[in-house]
Design a protein around this ligand. Structure first.
Ligand code: ADP
Ligand code: MG
Length: 298
């Protein structure tokens, strides 16, 4: 196996002065050493590795993500997105490596030791007060504000995709579904959809497959709900929406979900949620709904 730095990307990056400070790996024939698997998400496999080009044991820990071979294109899109981003609240890109003569590509990122908020919060309930939760929320907003300023729509903002560096810092990760808006557009239309995180999606995404920056604001609202419920599975968006929808024989279709949202039903206000935050939650809900698509049934 050999690491192959993507020289084209590096050259492009160094042309853009504001990004020359990116701490990427230098060209090397060494590759990150596998240490262990990290419990991973829906699409990818993530491994903890050590990048130690000098071999003196002082290398840095990195997270290395790979997708199934059939999703190679998607991983490249994720790599291309991460390369463009540099912000305190966004997981940092470190490089790419390929194996098996270029057949397998892997994305190398900084390693965030405490994993995702979804894994972290339920265990830290007693050490995490409201002030800290709102501080996490603020950091997510700052990362998302930056992402929007770069004309990206994340499309998968959720607690499972917010990673914890330490008890006071969180960063947005998983840019697998992220899309870049064309200069002349204010939204992105999805043509091919695989597994979508529907309970985090705004009505216009479900009805028209259109994603606006404001659609990410809706997902932020759902993520805020997750924060304030300490990411407990028993009150997760999936659990609560499925209870509302009562799927027949385990089958739920998007039309049912759209109907529930159109009827004005929402996730319940979490216990102990301060009034000021509750008012914020109402803000995005007031944005008008698109007209429902009668052919929608998937
Ligand atoms: P997927 O596209 O499969 O959802 P993610 O990028 O969300 O993959 O990663 C899945 C999980 O792997 C995350 O929820 C987190 O637990 C872990 N993970 C991902 N990236 C990192 C990282 N940079 N540092 C530590 N853990 C990570
Ligand atoms: Mg994910």
């Amino acid at each position: 196996r050999a690491i192959v730095r993507d020289l084209t990307g590096v050259a492009e990056q160094s042309k853009r002065t504001k990004r020359t400070h990116l701490p990427c790996f230098s060209l090397s024939v060494t590759f990150p050493q596998f240490l262990c698997h990290i419990p991973s998400g829906h699409f990818g496999k993530v491994e903890l590795c050590q990048y130690d080009p000098r071999g003196d044991g002082r290398g840095q820990l990195v997270a290395v993500k790979s997708l199934k071979p059939e999703s190679r294109g998607q991983l490249w899109r994720e790599i291309d997105t991460m390369r463009e981003l540099y912000h305190h609240n966004i997981v940092k890109y470190r490089g790419v490596c390929s194996e098996d003569g270029g057949r397998t590509t892997k994305l190398i990122m900084e390693y965030l030791p405490a994993g995702s908020l979804k894994d972290y919060l339920p265990w830290r309930k007693h050490q995490t007060d409201l002030r800290r939760l709102l501080h996490y929320a603020l950091q997510i907003c700052q990362g998302m504000d930056y992402l929007g300023s770069q004309r990206f729509i994340h499309r998968d903002l959720a607690a499972r995709n917010v990673l914890v560096e330490n008890e006071s810092t969180v960063k947005i990760g998983d840019f697998g579904l992220t899309k870049s808006m064309k200069e002349d557009k204010s939204y992105y239309t999805v043509r091919e959809e695989t597994d979508s995180p529907v309970f985090w999606y705004a009505p216009e995404c479900l009805v028209d497959c259109k994603f606006y920056p404001a659609s990410d604001v809706w997902s932020f609202g759902v993520t805020l709900y997750e924060l304030l419920t300490y990411c407990e599975t028993s009150s997760s968006p999936t659990t609560v929406f499925l209870e509302m929808l009562r799927p027949i024989q385990g089958q739920m279709n998007i039309t049912q979900l759209v109907e529930v949202l159109m009827a004005g039903r929402r996730l319940p206000c979490p216990p102990h949620c301060p009034d000021a935050v509750r008012e914020l939650g109402k803000y995005r809900s007031r944005i008008s709904f698109p007209s429902p698509n009668p052919n929608l049934n998937h």
